[in-house]
Every structure is written in structure tokens, then in C-alpha cells.
Design a protein around this ligand. Sequence first.
Ligand code: ZN
Ligand code: ZN
Ligand code: FE
Length: 779
Amino acid sequence: MQQVMTAAPERRAVRVQGIVQGVGFRPFVYALAHRCGLSGCVRNDAEGVRIEVEGAPGDLECFLRALVGEAPPLARVEAVTWEPLPLAGDSGFHIDASRSAPARRTLVSPDVATCGACLRELFDTRDRRYRYPFINCTDCGPRFTIVRGVPYDRPLTTMAGFAMCERCRVEYEDPANRRFHAQPNACPDCGPQVRLVDPAGRELQAGADPLRQAAALLRAGAVLAVKGLGGYHLACDPCNPRAVAALRARKARQDKPFALMARDIDDAGELCEVRPEEAELLQRPARPIVLLERRPGCRVDPAVAPRQRTLGVMLAYTPLHHLLLGEAGLPLVMTSGNRSDEPIAYRDEDAFEQLAGIADAFLVHNRPIHVRCDDSVLALGARGAAFPIRRSRGYAPAPLRLAEPVSRPLLACGAELKAAFCLAREQHAFVSHHIGDLQNYETLRSYVEAVESYSRLFDIQPQAIACDLHPEYFATRHAHEAAAVAGLPLVEVQHHEAHVASCLADNERPTGERVIGVAFDGTGLGTDGAVWGGEVFTGSVREGFLRRAHLEYVPLPGCDAAVRRPSRMVVSYLAALYGLEDMLRLPLAPLRDLGEREVRCLARMAEQGVNSPPTSSAGRLFDAVAVLLGLPGAHRPTYEGQAAVELELAADPEARGEAYPVPLRAGEGSWIFELRELIRAIVEDLRRGESPGRIAARFHVSLAAALDDCCRRLRDWEGLGAVALSGGCFQNRLLLALLTERLDASGFQVYTHGRVPANDGGLALGQAVLADQRLRRGG
Ligand code: ZN
Ligand code: ZN
Ligand code: FE
């Protein structure tokens, strides 16, 4: 028998890629190497983590398996590769200081909510960080919002200015410590400090505890600006109607709901019904705002979310929040710190300038915010699956995996509203945080800066640029300029095709999969020059999409003016249906409100096509129906999509009722959903005194039925079994639920959004994958 010999030792260089920096990966490797009895070293570099290990082959194998299987909770290991090295004969295992290398392939982690261990210390009177608002460790704390460059190390974060004290340094250097290489590590002796100041920057009652004072002000009804992770919030007591009214008036925000922050899941449960899936969403490390059903008898002032059944609630996610909410003994309104329409303030000087007229006092600190990043918003959709409405803090800049690598690095510029861009390289799509509506200088600057910062951070030099067809979008103009300057190919992608592709990429579907794509949306430029928005396509990301059906065209009187004043759309639909004189005799409140002169003028504009392009927008149809029903926020909406939101809210959940007729007629090259019978039926129901709640419910049922019918016909015709749902209208949970239910019953595979929003915030992802395929086809 052969004698078992100890196999000769080997040395290997191991490369780990993914989200492996700033998540406690090196201490994990250190502990693991010790456990496996290996010598060597580990360090961060610009491509991720590089490890050298030496020992018996069996131990090395063991080490490699555990490297993936036991990785720390916040890490995302995407690839582990290794190559042999000559033996070094070193003893022990150590951690090298980071070094920057030319290639930057590392991923930056999103910000992470305070972990359980840090929370216990925060409230432990014997702990040296008792009540310290910046406590953190390798499992939690700020990341993306403080990172200035890679590799992720203290000198390249906004913590660079704080020198660690002796005790913090010892923790930072001790591989057995929870704070080993935690870059934002700090304590009351050496780290950032909070201050409470008046709008002029003068300290309020120096010497007193700023957090206790801030809490006392909030309880007394004050509005506070609170510096957070990705920007400033405005905070007040949500149960104090005077405080809420003051905040609304000063912020010039009439109806758009304010988000709330609760200390923990129990406090959230006192405000809202929290289902188990929602509790899971609330407690994710990203701590998104989750839309929850308001609890009957909940004391929150109705003006926090006028006429809504839901409240947007998030849980405290920084130690400062935990302390402030704990001291206040209240949930708080925590809405983005901006004047209406401006992006959230994140630089201290800007915050004081922008918010001086809004906040009574400022709770600030001296750790700079490097990246502006709003709170993310999620809701629970059909079949218990969550979908994002805004993907930002806690999610960005983690990349999304693509089903297929892109053929070259590319930049997709997104749309005008809810702007977010996408940089794609190989199998990764980096969809940016929510940047906002590209309609003021501050947001435009922030967009351009973010594109630069992402390409630097992730080392992506685009070889092609994708954008929308709409020539007036800032993002489109930016794309044209950037392509011209760098001499890169530019690919223009139709808006609603991009929505459908975005949904497929969101679901990691193979690019060759042929589907029916439904894009129900606000507006986007079509290939025929009309304003599209109620579209059904067939095709695949690889081959592109063909328009198979759309909502009937009606004039969009005054273009954007019709978006701001939905009553214009009512005239448009009714004029087409009844003719001007008969329409004027209809006893309809919205027509009376407009007045005969304006109705005539709009009807003439529409008829003669003056500044009234044809539109098939589903969003505008929702607007018109909301106005017809006389819903309070529909006539003069104060935020984008308000009329449609109120139509969904108005729908009586008990009264689904029968569908109104929406016949599908053959048009030139595609089918057309006729709307005249639908509008006529609604007007007749109104004249008969039917309740708006019932009509709104039937309207939703009608659209679901019409779309299901259209999808079944397309299946019969082209043999397609899957349907992708995208576009802003699918944030409407009633429409989403009704349609999903029907399509399920018809035997379709249904794809809905889960990783990026169905609205324009997810558009860039679709632009990227479609542009890549078009470039491949082109050569
Ligand atoms: Zn922690
Ligand atoms: Zn310290
Ligand atoms: Fe859109």
C-alpha cells in the first residue's frame, strides 16, 4: 500500500471581484486563512480584493470554497479566479495597505443602515460610543455617499479630515475587531460632531445637548432641517396640523405626500398596516420608503398625504435618526430638504441658502456628503412582489446583472423626468441614483457631475451613447454633445420600446426572447412624430420591437400645457366624440369650470392641429377621466401624475364592475384601441348619477380587459406566451393587479418591474440593452 504523504505546499494568487470593499471582506479573509492554517496576505486594489495564500492543496481548496460560501452579508462575490505563484515560505497571514492600480474594476457598496450590534452600543450607557450619532462598523454605515474615489479607503472618503484617535486606531487595525478597516470608524473623541444652529448658522444654547434640544423643538411644532446620509431632510411632527401646514406653505408643496420616519417596525405598525412582506422591505439594509396602507384611527394629520389611503414610511437608518426619534418620542415627517422642484440640498452652504426660509433650526454635522442621494421608494405590487418607484439611496450604485454582457461599454442617458442614466460594461449595468427632473440648472449640473463621477468610480469609458428620440430632452442634448465631442456612435431609442426592454432586462430575460410588450405611460416621442404613451409591441431586445396596437390618437392641445392642465384633455376627447356645439350643451362640471370661451378656443386648437400633436398617451387618458369625475386634485394638479394617482385612489375597491367597451379596430399597420365608446359610457354613467368611485373602478377594469384581449389576439397571431409590463402607469397598483390577474388567467408569463422603476427612472437600462443590440446588428 502506498503511504499517504502530506502533499507539497502551494501558493496561489486569488482575485475576488464584486462588492468586496467596505463590507468587511478583508477581516473575513484574514479569519478564514487562519482557520484553514494558511499563510499569505490580502489587500484591496482597484479591481477588488487580491489574496495570496500558501499551504496544503486541500486547505487551499477549503479556503476557496468558504470564500464564496461564507462571504460577509453585505458582500456580493461575482467572480473568484486564481493562478499559481512560486512559494514564498512566509509565516502568518497579514493585511496589506491598499494600493491604487490603473484598472478600476471594483464595486462600491450602497449605504447601509445601522446594524444591530452598533444600535446596542449606541444605547449602552457603559459603551464609549453611548449616544454617539456617527457610530458604525464594517457591517453598517455610510458608503457611496462618502466615497470620493476607489479603492474604498479612508483617504478617499469624506472622513479623510478626521484623524482616528488611539482607541479607534486600535480597533481599526485589529483583525478580530468588528471595526477592523471600517473606513468611517470614529468616536466622540475623534469623529464628526452634531450641532444645532439657527438659519444664520449661530449655535443655539451652546453647551446643551443638540439632539435633545432638536427633539424639544420638534415636539413644540418646529420645522427642522436635518443633515442625513445623502442630503438634508425637513422634519416635523406629523400629528401636529400646524407644523405640517407650516412645512407645506414654506416648501410651496401643496398636495404631494410627505414621507414619514418611524423608529422601528413596531412604531411603523402603529401608523400603518404592515404585512409580513412589507415588514421585510422596511427592514432591508437599504431602508427604503415603503408605501403602506394607513391604519384606521392613525393620528397622522391628513395633510401629510392629502386624500391618500397610503403613507410612505421608512425606518430610522442612521444613528442620528435613532437618537432624534428616540428623544422626540414621535415618528417624524422626513421629506427631502429642498424648495419645490429643486434637488435635495446636500452641501452645507446650499442647504442654509435654500432652506433658511423653511426650517426654524438646522441639525447639522461636519462630515461632508460627497454624493447627493434621495431616499428610495418601494411598494408591494401584484403577487406579493416589491417594485421600486424610486431607486436611489441604499440601492445605487450596486450594478444590476445583465442576462448577456454588452458588446462594448456604453452610456445610456435616460429621459427628462425622474432622470437616471445607465453605464454598462460587460455583464454590469450601473443604473445611477435618482437625479430628479432635468428642468433646472442645479439638477442639470448634478446629472453631468454624476455621469463623470460614475465613469471615474467604475472606470467605464463609453464606446457608444444611447438616448431618447426626443430632441428637446436635456439628456438627449447631452448625449448628442458627448457623442460629437468624443466621436462616438449615437443610438436613438424610442421611449416606449426602451420601457419594454427595461422590464425585460430588469427580469434578466435573454435578449433573444420574443414577447408582447405593453408600455402604458405618460408621454414619449414616437417614430411617426406623434406623442406616444399607450403602446403594445411584439419583438425582442435582440431584434427590436414592432408597434402592434396603440390607444386611439386624440389631439394634445398645447402639448405640455395639456399635461399641466388635464382639463384640456377632456375637451380634446369630448370634441372628437360629440362635436363642439353638442359638447357645450353637456352638463359637465369640468367644462363649466373651463368656461365656454376657453372650451371653444381649445376645441378649435385641437381641430386645426395648432400646437396639438396627436397623442396615444395612456397617462393623458387617465388625466381626462380623473377630470371628468371631478376629482379634487385633477383639475389643477400640483405634482406630476397627480390626476392619475387620484383616479386610482378614487376607485371603489368593492366595485370592480363590468368593463366599458374598448373595441380594437384594425388601423394602418397596427390595431387601435377605440376610446369613444369608453368616454361616452363614462359620460352617460355620470349623467345617471353613478358614483365616481364606481366609474373609476370600471375604468381600470376596462383597460385591463382591453389589454388582455389584445395580448390574446397577438398570441393567436404570433404565438407569443409572455407579456412585459412597463411605463409609468404600472405604478398604479390597481391597474397592475387587475391586468396581471387577467393575463395570469389567460395563461401568459407576465414580467413586471422589480429592480428598476417602471417609470422613466428605469428607462436608461432599456436604452442601454437595445442600443447594444442595434450596434451589434450594425456591425
Ligand atoms: Zn454596525
Ligand atoms: Zn476615536
Ligand atoms: Fe416614460
